[in-house]
Design a binder for this molecule. Structure first.
Ligand code: UDP
Length: 247
């Protein structure tokens, strides 16, 4: 039977697990040994706000095996709500840590999503760093339902242990929930912009900004179109403040 982890807390109803990067890798190892589909989401405040609007997304996060705290808004909200989390786990750090472990264990990885050519460049950079790593497939595709059958067949044929999906939220997480089981992969992880970073097409915030909890600001400055998504953040803050009193 699959062992699951109870969430440490809920932020506006969305479960969040208090799992460190190393522990997330251990959970993946366990699930690969066990087999069967396991879904991991990398939750930030935009996810929480999207889940309020979209019951289907909320249901996917509710059923996910792990909802990792990605985004300083989540760790700050958890602290404010009296349930501090030990670590922030960013999607790109998880991909790197899993790639390092996969090279040792012989796990096969599939990179799905991002713009054409990006997954291939991310794969080349990862294999340059971890020469024993097997990336058994890459494909940009799209989250559109007409492409699903073809994409699932490609992944089945490549038979990965871990499937990383970079279609942005909520599309990637809904895609994994619909399709992970037929792909045969044991672990499916929505990783947002991680492949863009790993391919080197988008620079990551400098370490000091990440430590200071300012990665969101760096992303906004580099990609100003993000204001559209980030404009939900003031409401997120307000609702979290309110939720402490309504509990
Ligand atoms: N993307 C895609 N197809 C789509 C929408 C998005 O491949 O229809 C990719 C996009 O190229 C990027 C990733 O999904 O690589 C989402 O990145 P974003 O930075 O928006 O995600 P976040 O980290 O903010 O969740």
């Amino acid at each position: 039977m699959t062992v699951s982890i109870p969430p440490a807390l809920r932020i506006l109803g969305v479960p969040i697990h208090d799992v460190t990067l190393d522990e997330a890798v251990e959970w993946a190892a366990r699930w690969i040994a066990e087999g069967g589909p396991h879904q991991v989401a990398t939750v930030n405040p935009e996810f929480v706000m999207a889940a309020r609007r979209l019951p289907s997304f909320r249901a996917v996060l509710e059923r996910a095996d792990l909802c990792l705290p990605d985004g300083v808004g989540i760790t700050l909200a958890a602290r404010y709500l009296g349930r501090p989390l030990r670590e922030r786990v960013a999607g790109v750090d998880l991909v790197e840590a899993l790639a390092a472990r996969a090279a040792q264990e012989g796990w096969r990885l599939f990179l799905l999503g991002a713009a054409p050519g990006v997954a291939e460049r991310a794969a080349a950079n990862l294999t340059a760093r971890f020469p024993d790593l097997t990336i058994c497939g890459t494909y940009a595709g799209s989250p559109s339902p007409e492409e699903e059958a073809d994409i699932v067949r490609r992944i089945q044929e490549a038979s990965p242990h871990i499937l990383f999906v970079a279609y942005g939220a909520p599309a990637q997480d809904l895609w994994i929930a619909r399709n992970l089981a037929p792909t045969g992969a044991s672990v499916g992880i929505g990783v947002g912009g991680a492949l863009d970073y790993l391919a080197g097409v988008v620079p990551r915030a400098p370490r000091w900004m990440r430590r200071a909890g300012l990665e969101w600001l760096y992303r906004l400055l580099r990609q100003p179109w993000r204001w559209r998504r980030q404009r939900v953040l003031p409401l997120f803050v307000f609702l979290v403040l309110l939720s402490r009193f309504s509990r």
